[in-house]
Design a protein around this ligand. Sequence first.
Ligand code: SF4
Length: 367
Amino acid sequence: MKHIDPYRQPGTLQALAAKINDLPLPDRKINLMEVCGTHTMNVHRHGIRDILPDNVRLISGPGCPVCVTPRSGLDTAIAYARDSRVIVTTFGDMIRVPGSTSSLQDERSKGADIRIVYSALDSIEIALANPDKIVVFLGIGFETTIPGHSQTILSIKNKGIKNFGILSLGKVIPPAMELLADDPDLNLHGFLAAAHVSTIIGLKPYEPVAEKGIPVVVAGFEPADILTGIIALLEQASKGESRVENVYTRVARSDGNPKAVEVIHRVFKIVDSEWLGFGIIPGSGVRIRDEFADFDAEKLHPVEVEDTKLITGCRCGEILKGLIEPPECVLFGKECDPSRPQGACMVSSEGTCAAFYKYQGPFELND
Ligand code: SF4
């Protein structure tokens, strides 16, 4: 007989939806944030907002690594792309994100050598095949992807490769959640924590958030996982509790993946870091340690970066903080859509504007 995972059994979603609506909730508004961009996509894809009680609101958060990369980071990447000695390697989503005066796609159309890769390791082949060039990998990502960046550096450390560097744009999530937990304009009552990030870092890094009175629940990406996570958050919120809880136990362990965390810390140190919309968040980014400076792109091959300019009209920063929804941006569905994105939130496959556009269409807010 064919095995069906419990979270995919027929009737599971209906039962979970019914449970949510039967919960004895307080009358007040309950604001929950799904932190992760993949959660955001699946919330919209499966219409999860539509089955929640009227007083429960799901707010999308900053869990899209491309989206939170500050414009200064984009401008640095573009400066590398403009340098004829450099080959830029990057994940695909970064190509179309606008910087201050250009994008990597624009630079490529003018002749820059920019190549899409699936991992930092892919860039090593390119470096070996192009010894007269410097290969700069754009190291965006959260705790899920940073171990791969570390492992790449560890694997080439003693191999004599002198023409490869990583631009450190990686971020760690919990400090941003702590900042959001304190935001009185958001008035959050719970966080649905990012599933994949939690498989690496475990539960402990979320404790400072729970200590601020905001429950944190780690949930997977299936619709049943998301509904189970929302139920756990609502149960805590209605009882006035705030704990870190894991409902994704089939994958995420409470201690995470200590080996992956150790690999991150061997190569990178935790530093203050700028996030689009947030400014500098203490302890929220990574930088290559001095002992691996040969692979730090900014030390291996410094470039001059143009002054960063704001993109008029784009409200990605407020969207990443959950302060507005995409239809509140006057450009949404007009000057800005997936074919002509004005900001990273519309470019990325995990961006909130892209999720709204794909699954709800370019409607007016009051439609
Ligand atoms: S709709 Fe476009 S312009 Fe508006 S916030 Fe989103 S990405 Fe920026």
